[in-house]
Design a protein around this ligand. Sequence first.
Ligand code: GTP
Ligand code: MG
Length: 466
Amino acid sequence: MIDLTTICAISTPPGQGGIAVIRVSGKDALGICDTVFIPEKNKQKIVDQFPNTIRFGKIYKGEEVLDEVLVSVFHAPHSFTGEDTVEISCHGSIYIQHEIIKLLLANGCRLATSGEFTQRAFLNGKMDLSQAEAVVDVIVSSSAASHRLAFNQMRGGFSKELQKLREQLLDFVSLVELELDFSEEDVEFANRTKLMDLVSNIQAIISHLIQSFDVGNAIKNGISVAIVGETNAGKSTLLNLLLNEEKAIVSDVHGTTRDIIEDVININGINFRFIDTAGIRDTEDEIETMGIERTFRKIEQASVIVWMIDSTQFSEKIDKIADRIVPRTESKNLIIVFNKVDKIDEEEQAVLEEEFLPEVKAKRIYLSAKFKKNTEELEKALLDAAQLPQIGENDVVVTNLRHYEALKKALESIERVKQGLQDGISGDFLSQDIRECMHFLGEITGGEITGDEVLGNIFSKFCIGK
Ligand SMILES: Nc1nc2c(ncn2[C@@H]2O[C@H](COP(=O)(O)OP(=O)(O)OP(=O)(O)O)[C@@H](O)[C@H]2O)c(=O)[nH]1
Ligand SMILES: [Mg+2]
């Protein structure tokens, strides 16, 4: 059931800013705001104010003027939520913001719950669920790539793709079900080869969307890069260099880093999540051993591995570490970084270039983390290793785990349809599987979600005021 109470919340970030925006939405939004706002010029009420206009005036707390504000008015259904909406832009004082909210509550508003404005936009048909979810992604996007994906999804790019799929499925199921209606006569309206083509096409589109999740996830959450290697190789120095901040402790004591340290930075519009790890060595120290176990776990989880080697120290010890690192990086991108090249001469570097594990396929960089030499080359190697395809404005890439799960279920159903066609199973079984596939696709856009609990769960991830 749609709750029609008028809701209000501060939509700008918590704390003090230049200005703050308070949003009021619901059937009494205009009237409630009239109880606290008096415009500067004529005394026209907000309920009489033209929609999509802004007025200057004062907010009163009883006789006292609380603030000078701007009030923007939108009429249903032409607002974000689809309801009558007022946005009050006030000065950014925390006191003023809270006082205005208190006044609105006293005059009949209820405080909005997390994501309630967007939830209403969805319930009022202003956007489908995947678009509503993209609103959050747009808000939190922190790189050009994640912004582009989220924005495309919010504008309905993904929804259109799903709509096309559903239409194809509908064509398909209609043909199959038509046959069922005439089952006595044993006719075949749907040419089996044509059906097979159709189902293969749908399967390919769904698979493609599923595959895009790896890229989408990497863009949204950052590409994970584990910096690993022997103790004292300069891993923490490199992390600090990349982050441009003294995040990790650096010292010439072996075994300085014992836990995982990570942070995200943006290189050329792409977010990388760098993970500094405990140096690998044989040790009796219990805590250090636990740290090293974590290093190996991070190697498993990360998609790019930067293996750091102290160029001045490479010896038979390296083989032992190589045995522990190289087999774990087979399906990943490995970058070998020879660090501290400021301390070796050209001849020594040539030996490294020729003799260091020639059989291991990896990009090799000769770096001085301490003196910031060749860092650009490393950044370029990282961008190459990220292997992100160029994403155009209209490309659809799945970034949301819920969508990914639904697509996987849709794929299972469509694969059953394909198998069914091959096995010549009867039309009613085929139609059941096709309808199931449509159901899972519908879960993504929200058309097939009925439970309040599911919706509540999705919108609870939003912040209040959105
Ligand atoms: N000459 C030179 N010294 C460096 C370079 N990079 C790091 N160092 C020094 O090497 C020592 C170890 O650096 P760290 O960054 O702490 O090494 P780590 O790999 O994090 O070591 P653990 O945390 O013990 O595994 C420090 O004294 C650094 O100043 C470099 O490029 N050249
Ligand atoms: Mg360290």
